[in-house]
Design a binder for this molecule. Structure first.
Ligand code: PLP
Length: 402
């Protein structure tokens, strides 16, 4: 029998730390987050009591269906959209694939251009290349400036009646840059009114304000594990009547648009996580911003380079570089101290440089030395002080010479 035990389950008190116990500091919240206890408690009840298949006709099924539809209503309300515009998926990657692959089937000789951003997540970039090959589409890559912000004049030049889909993110996962989604959307609507607009809002939810009315997308994707919800569950907001075809076919779940028994505990967990994420948003933003500032000050004192544009970024993200030191060496050295940061995206290899930094014109030693530190509303002052102290020690150990 396989027994899965947590790798580190000791609860360490402050006294114990002073006696030499090491605090574990998780600063990789853009990769994933810890599930909130309240979310787990709610999910546990569903697993234990209301575990029915939401498509079964008996009471156990309708109870599960009720939880699922309540969750849909909660999420729709939080986003300011209609319940029937919310579809449950396994996460943002599936939602992105669904939109891009089904919209591609509408391509014609006159409508065959995809506009995708240079700093998008691989879920968008790889899917774009795949559908371009399958459906013979043209890809136009939208460049960014040195802060990672999409160039609106370049977008304007690329927009015309041949555009089928524009796929852009609201906030970057690697450096935290915020995009001018409202302006982008207005441009798309005025210059290419028939184009679909897909917004990847995965990194925004729970960390910055989202205004779907102003953003006015056709599609928007979210992933629960980025906001202290469970993994393997996400959603697609598709404006009424916009999603043309299912990606996954089979049963009639999700009104025939996404087959397969729904992950009810995950869905309920995502709705609870979403409620908690927006509950004290202002306060949480303020706290994460304070930590970002403290980290930035330390990086500067130590002679590092700050890559994240702090005046236009997610409050929880700071990407910095210590030129001459390799980012993954620093990551490994910190990991030995039980401090977890990332080089760039968790989905990319440790050896390659980041396509995001490359698009921002950041090369050589600065790109190779980059690490991403991403906090969450759960990060504590104690963790930040321990990180800052250890960072200094580790850089000395690695021989960082400013
Ligand atoms: N989009 C962005 C901006 C992301 O950061 C991620 C995850 O890192 C994804 C999409 C994909 O999300 P998931 O892996 O949950 O499908």
């Amino acid at each position: 029998m396989l027994t899965i035990l947590p790798r580190h389950f000791a609860i360490i008190t402050t006294d114990q730390q002073q006696e030499g116990f090491k605090l574990e500091v998780y600063l990789d919240n853009n990769a994933t987050t810890r599930v909130d206890d309240e979310v787990l408690d709610t999910m546990r009840l569903i697993y234990i009591y209301d575990y029915g298949n939401p498509n079964s006709l008996h009471r156990k099924g309708s109870d599960a269906a009720q939880h699922m539809e309540d969750s849909r209503r909660i999420l729709a309300k939080l986003l300011g959209v209609k319940s029937k515009e919310i579809f449950f998926t396994s996460g943002a990657t599936e939602s992105i694939n669904w939109v891009m692959r089904s919209v591609a089937r509408l391509a014609s000789e006159k409508r065959n251009k995809l506009i995708i951003g240079a700093v998008e997540h691989k879920a968008v970039l790889k899917t774009a290349h795949d559908i371009a090959r399958i459906h013979n589409l043209d890809i136009a890559i939208l460049p960014v400036d040195e802060k990672g912000v999409y160039l609106l004049d370049e977008l304007e030049k690329k927009l015309d009646e041949t555009v089928l889909l524009v796929a852009l993110m609201s906030a970057n996962n690697e450096v935290g840059t915020l995009q001018p989604v409202e302006e982008i959307s207005k441009l798309v609507r005025s210059k290419a009114p028939r184009a679909f607009l897909l917004v990847d809002a995965v990194q925004s939810f729970g960390k910055s304000k989202m205004d779907l009315k102003a953003w006015n997308p056709d599609f928007l994707v979210l992933s629960a594990h980025k906001f202290h919800g469970p993994k393997g569950i996400g959603l697609l907001y598709a404006r009424e009547g916009r999603i043309p075809f299912p990606l996954i076919t089979g049963g009639e779940q999700e009104r025939g648009f996404r087959a397969g028994t729904q992950n009810v505990p995950g869905i309920v967990g995502m709705a609870r996580a979403a409620e908690l994420a927006v509950k004290d948003l202002e306060k949480n933003i303020e706290k994460m911003r304070k930590f970002q500032k403290l980290i930035a000050e330390k990086v500067e004192t130590l002679g590092g380079v700050i890559i994240t544009p702090l005046n236009n970024s997610l409050p929880n993200t700071i990407t910095a570089s210590f030129p001459g030191i390799l980012g993954h060496h620093l990551l490994n050295a910190l990991s030995l101290e039980k401090i977890y940061v990332s080089t760039h995206s968790a989905c990319s290899s440790s050896e390659s440089t980041s396509h995001v930094l490359e698009a921002m014109g950041i090369k050589g030693k600065i790109a190779l030395g980059a690490i991403r530190i991403s906090t969450s509303r759960m990060t504590t002052e104690e963790e930040i002080s321990f990180f800052l102290e250890t960072l200094e020690k580790v850089l000395k150990f690695l021989g960082f010479d400013r």
